[in-house]
Design a binder for this molecule. Sequence first.
Ligand code: AGP
Length: 607
Amino acid sequence: MVGVFGCVLKDGNAAPVIHEALKRLEHRGYDSVGAATIHEGVVYFKKDQGKIDDVYARYGLGSLPGRIGLGHLRWATHGAPLQVNAHPHLDCGDKVAVAQNGIIENYAEIRKELEEAGHVFKSKTDAEVVPHLIEQKIKKGVRFEDALRETLNRLEGSFSVGVMSVDDPKRIFFAQKENTLTIGVGEDAMYCSSDIPTFLPMTNEIVAVESGEVAILDHSKFEIRKFADWSEVSRKPKKIDWVPEIAEKEGYPHFMLKEIHVQPSTLKSTIRLQEEYLDLMTTFLDRAKELFLVACGTSYHACLAASYMFSKMASLSTHPVYASEFIEQVGKSVNIDSTILALSQSGETADTLAAVDYARNRAATILGLTNVVGSTLTRVSRAYIVQQAGPEIGVAATKTFTAQLSVLAQLALKLAEKRGKLSHVEMEHSKEKLKQIPEIAEKVIKTEESIVRSIAKKYRDRPYFIFLGRGISSAVAYEGRLKLMETNYLPSMADAAAEMDPGLISLMRPGSPVVFICPRDETRRNIVEDIKRAKGEGASIISIIEEGDEEIKALSDDYIQVVKELPEFLCPIQFIIPLQLFAYYMAVERGLDPDKPRHLTKAVTVK
Ligand code: AGP
């Protein structure tokens, strides 16, 4: 993941162009860098872990010869951030070079087959199967272009991949499936990349490569073909007027909005978690005599939601604890029978690591859930899962929260299956709904964004906000409050709704905005009463309801609708999205920059 770039030039060297292109993605975060070129029938390549400029200087990457080349920034998904796992990857004969973003789901079976046929793999990545599979087909007498076509048709998952071969040394091939790729049409040069900013200073004429298509480029022209039947697709370039800063955000004014909008696609990646990871993790969870869910901030809210999922679906009771309080609150009781599931998108939060360290010293079992392969949390965990959300730039966690929720939902479901806690019908229904989660997220964004924006406009001058929910939705209320507070510096409070009396009700005045999270689950009857109670105080009710919930609509001043009849364990994913949008649009309406909240950093790595 992160970025793939390639170019074919009429004159000059590709390597420095690749260097500059990768530098334009540098601020996103990555762990390794690599590039390959072809010159006089030889593939030249260098790669390593580390910063772009360091790796370039260390290996003289900028002086690789040749007019055609590929570059890659890696954010590890399979295999640790080590030199061998950096891209590009080559076949056994060093004739085919490949750089890839995304995930090839069926790589394990392809790799096994190729190893049995004698191929030697150097890395632990999914990407390395691509050059070897092409090589295997060429060995059997298939010409390179056909070998590539057959290979692309064999790959499952969501990926974009750049391929070059000494057998076709003047052209570069870029294909994508359920991912993103764009061609940049230059003067005497063609570019292709997962990210438009990589080539924007050279050209603003672009052509999108759609899912299931391959772009074939030489220095003067491009063609696009469907990889199913190699039929040609005609598509004309269009001009974009993005300045580099907007291009970096793919046309969105802020990273926060971009990251809210990419959630359907990150959820697609997270629900494709390999069974073996879920299986290993749930084996530990199943055995746990005592399970602590430990994290800070947004990740802690995911722990709260998980505590409901694990208990209700798999009869596993857990203790969600703030990492910062862990040692004081439960430290002395932790022992060899304790299991800690630590959540940290960065994998580097100081309080979370301190809690983990403390528990390890008391012989507890440590499990991790993080977004960063190779982070400290992955190194200290007995088993861990990477949530596959890709790097998050916005300080306010958005896509990494829904990714955490989706992994936790899968763990709860798997554990329920292992423990035989759900009927066959419930299990099948839950699995089906889990599959639909990306589309549901997309629908919520599409239909509700403008409504949320108008609600933000209406309430932008209110001095404080209250968020309430019951059951698993209390976790959504806490997270909605955190989003608003950190991006808007507005006093905001949240609680489990039953606690409002006595409590937050004392702050409700005529016109005080109170946000209620209202799924139609077992808590609904009570939440209706809570709303009436708040209404009695004159509060302005903003509710997040399931489509067509007329009763709550009638009680609300404003409402936002999400999809109806989603199983409870998946509800937080769709209910938090309008609250992320609300925090974002409130900040915009109030003239604040949601990407740069004051006094906050992305990861709190010091205590
Ligand atoms: C949430 O929007 C914040 N960025 C913050 O609360 C964050 O969730 C917290 O610092 C934990 O970070 P982690 O998941 O990287 O450990």
